[in-house]
Design a protein around this ligand. Structure first.
Ligand code: IVH
Length: 673
């Protein structure tokens, strides 16, 4: 078949265009065409390639969708071995590393290192010949790996063709394939929905996805790559330093870590560790440490390697976020709304930087799905501030005679029947405020900081007060006497007086806080605020029917139903009357001026404010009808950037969201008074 020359040209032009758009999208996070325009170009190229298969090239961006499934992976011998890294865990070990480097180099000078995150994924070596991706291999045992070319080709951040005119004949680019956190979560959600087993962590998900014999499956998985090294090179001199090498390949369209920095000596390394460590949980991917590499390639060559690890690089490992331990018991906690939550009592284990002895098992479905049993050895995970979680049972270590856990049919606290609404995951105690556990939680919530903010009334004290029979409901709090309180264990007269004063002070509150404090199901802070500013008085809210409640944005029929049920219950009416009788009060709500220029605007506060606190600024903005959001998106109207504003400011700038400084904010607030 003869191919029209103009089509051959067009195909090549389309490939370049699509590659350029991909680069903008995946590397610069700055798309320069709409999705539909991109799709149009993509389909046009696909059409040409279908009509004229001779025009299809191996580096065509259409070839990322995966091909025929394999029955096994071929083995590939690495042209240069793929090394591993030695680990250190603290500053002293890091110092010894530098000392060893200096000894070998016979110098006393502090070294210059390239520092980058240690990504938690799998190492890969990708071979480009004349700029075109020819082969991709896993590390394997370092000498021989597996041919995963078809799979690697499906990963959007991996260039199928290197850009630029200084690309050598042969170059092996090495790096880590990983799965970003958001992609991992989406994948696991889909796995569960399809009744498939979720992956234990992003690393396993990345490994499972890359080692698929069917590359069409890999193509659907959210994999990404950061490059961190070079293997074989032909037709070009090896760059002089790691930093230079990384900049060079970045110029060819390879993605390198944005965290790559040069640091000097152990102190520079420690500063880097500190700074990256603080951001560990907010990074979009998992890291398990930091890698330091002597930057100069000449020095690297002098240092060489022993067995499988280079003498010129070291991994500083962060505390592990997953550990194994034993489930000693499974207990049921009863929450404020009666929800029963199974909790695993664990043999204490140090994980994610703290000692963990409890982990939530969420609900019956979760516990059955994971089949966690008393006596099991489990993998516990704690990442950042997230509540520790049991990820998986280590079945090979299950002792004999364990039994499947089943949720109780009666509340373990008050023996009321347990209900589970069809289609809901949560089982609930039907005892309501008869149940001491629910009562305790309701009172804790009432006193909490964002509710009535009773200073000094902590969870333990509430439990003590309920257990001693001194209070039954929230109104009873205000009837407590100094004598009663000082009779409690570990409570002196001074603390008793302080608590009475704090309760007295808490009576003066705000309508929205009061509503939130009542603990109506599904009424969080934001809904409470919306209710307060819509109804203005408690009386009006109590009388509201469903239709009126539904007028409020964010209130749907379920929430409306919870609100009405709450106010119709005689017990709740009584408690509210008592609260008002003991003097709980709030200033009259003002109708939000609909003409306020900030009304309906979405504002994000970031950085440090000097003239007022973040919470003051938030309250004032809310009072003017603005919405205050936590993260920047296209829907944000303004970002108020205080001192040292960071990623939110950058994001606002990249999305073209208007940014104002603190003094503008203060002007706005003053004008609207
Ligand atoms: S360099 C010559 N840099 O860690 C040194 N490795 O424990 C070879 N890894 O197999 C590796 N991030 O899979 C290097 N920035 C980074 C890395 C990194 C993650 C992995 C890699 C390697 C393992 C060694």
């Amino acid at each position: 078949m003869t191919i029209p020359t103009n089509l051959a040209e067009r195909a090549s032009e389309l490939r370049n265009l699509i590659n350029k758009h991909n680069y903008q999208y995946y590397h610069l996070d700055n798309p320069d065409v709409t999705d539909s325009e991109y799709d149009r170009l993509f389909r046009e190229l696909q059409q040409i390639e279908t009509d004229y298969p001779a025009l299809l090239t191996a580096d065509s961006p259409t070839q990322r969708v995966g091909g025929a499934a394999l029955d096994k992976f071929n083995q590939i011998t690495h042209a240069m071995p793929m090394l591993s890294l030695d680990n250190v865990f603290d500053a002293d070990e890091l110092k010894s590393f530098e000392q060893r480097v200096c000894d070998w180099l016979n110098t006393n000078e502090t070294q210059l290192y390239a520092a980058e995150p240690k990504l938690d994924g799998l190492a890969i070596s990708i071979r480009y010949e004349n700029g075109v991706l020819k082969q991709a291999a896993t590390r394997g045992d370092g000498a021989v790996g597996e041919d995963v070319t078809a799979n690697v080709r499906t990963i959007p951040t991996v260039p199928l063709k290197l850009m630029g005119d200084n690309v050598p004949e042969v170059i092996e680019i090495r790096g880590e394939i990983f799965m970003p956190k958001d992609g991992f979560e989406a994948l696991n959600k889909a796995q569960v929905e399809e009744n498939k087993k979720p992956f234990v962590n992003p690393r396993n998900a990345a490994a499972g996805s890359l080692r698929q014999l069917d590359s069409k499956i890999t193509a659907t998985r959210p994999l990404a790559m950061y490059c961190y090294g070079l293997g074989e090179i032909q037709g070009m001199e090896r760059p002089k330093s790691h930093t230079e090498a990384m900049n060079l390949i970045a110029g060819w369209g390879c993605r390198i870590s944005p965290e790559l920095k040069q640091v000097k000596g152990v102190q520079g390394c420690l500063n880097y560790i500190q700074q990256l460590g603080e951001r560990r949980d907010s990074l979009p991917y998992e890291i398990d440490g930091v890698v330091f590499k002597v930057d100069s390639i000449a020095l690297q060559e002098r240092l060489g390697f022993v067995s499988r690890a280079p003498r010129w690089a070291i991994a500083y490992k962060f505390p592990a976020q997953e550990e194994m331990t034993v489930v000693e018991d499974i207990e049921i906690q009863v929450g404020r709304t009666g929800a029963l939550t199974p909790v695993a009592r664990l043999k204490p284990v140090f994980v994610g930087g703290v000692t963990v002895s409890n982990a939530t098992l969420h609900n019956q479905d979760e516990i059955l799905r994971k089949d966690v049993r008393v006596g099991d050895t489990v993998i516990v995970r704690r990442a950042g501030d997230v509540i520790p979680e049991v990820v998986q049972v280590v079945l090979s270590r299950r002792p004999e005679h364990t039994s499947v856990f089943s949720m109780p049919t009666q509340c373990p606290i008050c023996q009321s029947e347990v209900e589970r609404v069809e289609g809901e995951a949560i089982a609930r105690c039907s005892g309501g405020l008869y149940c001491p556990a629910q009562r305790k939680e309701a009172i804790k919530h009432f006193a909490s900081r964002k509710a009535m903010d009773v200073d000094g009334l902590g969870d333990k004290l509430v439990e003590q007060l309920v257990d001693e029979g001194l209070i039954d409901d929230v109104a009873d709090l205000f009837k407590l006497t100094v004598e009663q309180l000082s009779s409690l264990e570990r409570m002196g007269e001074k603390s008793a007086i302080n608590l009475i004063n704090a309760l007295q002070a808490a009576k003066q509150t705000k309508f929205a806080r009061f509503l939130f404090a009542l603990g109506i199901r599904e009424v969080g802070e934001a809904t409470a605020r919306a209710l307060a500013s819509h109804f203005l008085t408690l009386d009006a809210l109590q009388k509201a029917d469903e239709e009126t409640l539904l007028e409020i944005e964010d209130v749907g029929s379920i929430v409306a139903h919870h609100i009405m049920t709450f106010f119709h219950q005689p017990h709740n009416q009584e408690v509210i009357e008592q609260l008002l009788a003991v003097g709980v009060n709030w200033p009259e709500e003002q109708k939000i001026a609909a003409d306020s220029s900030l009304s309906g605007k979405t504002i994000v506060l970031t950085g440090t404010l000097d003239q007022l606190s973040r919470s003051e600024a938030k309250e004032k903005l809310l009072a003017l009808g603005a919405k205050v959001a936590g993260s920047v998106s296209k829907k944000t109207d303004y970002v108020v950037a205080g001192r040292d504003a960071g990623s939110k400011l950058t994001k606002a700038e990249s999305l073209g969201v208007a940014v104002v400084d603190e003094s503008t904010l203060v002007d706005w607030l003053n004008q609207e008074k």
